[in-house]
Design a protein. Sequence first.
Length: 352
Amino acid sequence: MPSATSQPRPPVRVGLVGYGSAGRGIHARLIASAGLEVGAVVTGNPERVAQVHEDHPQARIVGDLESLLSGGGVDVVVLASPSGVHREQAEAVIAAGLPLVVDKPLATDAPLALEVVELAERAGVPLTVFNNRRFDPELPALLRVRDEGLIGEIWRAEYRWDRWRPVPKQRWREKVTAEQGGGLLLDLHTHLIDQAVILHGPVATVYAEIDARTTVAEDDTFVALRHASGVVSHVWSSSVNGAPGPRARVNGSEGAYVIGKQFDDVSAFTEFANEGDAVGWIVRGDEREPGPVVTDADESDFYRAVAAALASEDPQAAMPVDPRDAVHVLAVIDAARVSAGEGRVVEVVTPT
C-alpha cells in the first residue's frame, strides 16, 4: 500500500511529431484522454503552431525533429508524420534512445520496417506501432463471435472501409506515390489486414486488384487473403464507392455476422447499424439478433497501455502492439502490389 508521503507518478510526457489531421485530430486527443501529457510538438506550420498554443499551452513547440530530440523534456516520441518519412525519423529517435510510437505504417514496405524493428531491438529502445483500431468495439465483438462460436465455424470474412469521395481531399496522402507513402493500402488497409490477421492468423497467399482513379496512388482496392488457418478474408477499401458496403460480414457454418456501419460512417447497409451497445447482428436468412454487447472499448487504452509499458520491467514486451505484427502486414501489402501488377496469386514472405 502506498505510504502517506508517496507522490502520484507524473504523467508521461509525449513529444508529438506532426500536428495535422492525425497528430491533432487523433493522437493528441487520445494522449490527453489517456492521462498522458503533450510535452512538445514538432511543426513549422504557423496555423498549427497557433493550434498547439491553444490546445496544449504547456507544450514546447519546435520546428524539426532534431530540435525535439536535443531539447529533452519528453519520455516518448510519437510519429504522426507522413508515412514516407517514418523510417528515417524512427531511426533518428532510436539513435537518441527514446521510446517510440510510430503511426501505421511503420515504413513503406516490409524490409524497411524490419530494419527499424531490428535497429530498436539492438539499441534496446521500446518500439510500438499505432494500430488504434484494435481498441474499437468492432474487434472485441468479432473476437467474441469467433471465440464463442456464435456463427459456428468461420469460412469466409469480409472487411471494408469504403467512402464516397469522388473529389479527393488535397492532403499529402492523395498527392504522393505509393513509394512515398501515399494510397489506401498503407492507410486503411493496414488497419483492415491487421484485424484479419488477429482474427484468422497469418496470411499465406494474396490476390489483389488495385486502382488509382482520382489520386496519385491507389484509391480503390480489393485484396483476397488466404490465411494459413484456411479462412479466406476479402478486404476492401475505396474512396470512390457510391454505395459503401458493410464494415464486416463474416460467414460461418451456422449463420453470418454483419456490422453494417460504425461511428459516423456512410453506409448502404444502415439497416444493420448497431443497436445500443450491441455491435452488429447475427443473421440467419430472414432471422437476426443483435450481436455481442461491447461497453469497454476505448481508443485511449492504446496510450494507457504505452504508459503502463514504459513503467514496467520489460517495456518492449508490454507494448500494446508488437512491431513485428506490422512487418507481416506490410509483407501482405507488398505481395498485394505484386499480385495486382502481375494478375496472379502471390505467396506472402515475411522478412525475419
